[in-house]
Design a binder for this molecule. Structure first.
Ligand code: PEP
Ligand code: MN
Length: 343
């Protein structure tokens, strides 16, 4: 961090500011020019409150040399991280496809979809038990029963399971029952929840917030990692823009950007990113082409009667086509996709 001081700042003001910074354990290297004085900060500046520094009347401008996220930063961890989800590596050569319905609706539905996505080559089963719905009158998920049904589908297929947590009160249960805990877009900046997730030994799938910048998203990953849990997988799921044709605007540029900035694996969810089932296939292809480590796709056996997100859910036969497509694209970009399970 570099602090540019106002022209004509008196030495006693420079000393006061310097002492405040040194008290935070950061060294200060002053550069005194004929017109300007600049303070170069050396050390861990994460504990420096920028607003507090800027409130000093002698401060003209603050400039950043390094990003505010440390543990998630590729600068300090050049190799790509691989996060294991119930025996499946995310971030390695093999692309990981997490697939399943938006919500768990019944035993038959979740086991049926699990078997079909597994037969097409998915390696993780997704399914919402707790649903963050815009309307309080919409289906809110089967909740605890939904988690138990997901466990039944895992038992029937052997697929690891990922499901969204909405409250820190349910954390123990999620740790016990699921292989990966999903943080939804709406909770990306629920800092109390993120701190609690930092204390558990379980992979976390962190979706990008509805209007979050890449830096805010990575700072949320930092919250989890700062607590000691470094098993974070990022998920781009579209962001809100002026465009209303699609549910969200998929930000595929975020994939190479995140790969440059961070060592964490990143997957793409073309279902929530578009809100339209027929857009899932082309954008799944594009996501693989730009270097995503995997995909999250909503698959429903009967989208017309789905209790949540039917319009963006693909049927099992289209999902099978998507898997075939991305196998070819993966090969072109030096990656692999798991072959369909022998049935
Ligand atoms: C979901 O994956 O079911 C979901 C609600 O996604 P998002 O948080 O990205 O909206
Ligand atoms: Mn959904």
């Amino acid at each position: 961090m570099i602090i540019v001081l106002r022209k004509g700042t008196e030495q006693r003001e420079i000393d006061r500011l310097t002492n405040l910074i040194i008290e935070r354990g950061v060294a200060v290297n002053p550069i005194v020019g004929s017109d300007l004085t600049i303070l170069g900060l050396i050390g861990d500046t994460s504990k420096i409150d920028e607003g507090q520094i800027e409130s000093h009347r002698c401060v003209e401008r603050i400039m950043h040399v390094a990003e505010p996220f440390k543990k998630a930063n590729r600068m300090f961890h050049p190799g790509a991280s691989v996060v294991n989800v119930g025996g499946v590596d995310v971030g390695g050569k093999e692309l990981v496809v997490m697939a399943g319905p938006c919500s768990v609706e019944s035993r038959e539905q979740i086991i049926g979809v699990a078997q079909s996505v597994q037969a097409s080559g998915a390696s993780v089963l997704r399914g919402g038990a707790f649903k963050p719905r815009t309307s309080p009158y919409a289906f809110q998920g089967l909740k605890y029963e939904g988690l138990d049904l997901l466990c039944a589908a895992k038992e029937a297929t052997g697929l690891p399971i990922v499901s969204e947590i909405m409250s820190p009160y349910d954390l123990d249960l999620f740790v016990e029952k699921v292989d990966c805990i999903q943080v939804g877009a709406r909770n990306m900046q629920n800092f109390d929840l993120l701190r609690q997730l930092g204390k558990v030994d379980k992979p976390i799938l962190l979706k990008r917030g509805l209007s979050a910048t890449i830096e805010e998203w990575l700072m949320s990953a930092e919250y989890i990692m700062a607590g000691g849990n470094e098993r974070v997988i990022l998920c781009e799921r579209g962001i809100r823009t002026f465009e209303t044709y699609t549910r969200n605007t998929i930000d595929l540029g975020a994939i190479p950007a995140v790969k440059k900035l961070s060592h964490l694996p990143v997957i793409v969810d073309p279902s929530h990113a578009t809100g339209k089932w027929w857009m899932v296939e082309p954008l799944a292809r594009a996501a693989v082409a730009v270097g995503a480590d995997g995909l999250m796709i909503e698959v429903h056996n009967d989208p017309a009667h789905a209790l949540c997100d039917g319009a963006q859910s693909v049927k099992p036969d289209l999902f099978d086509d998507i898997m075939r497509d991305i196998r070819q694209i993966a090969a072109a970009v030096g990656r692999e996709v798991r072959q369909p399970a022998a049935v």
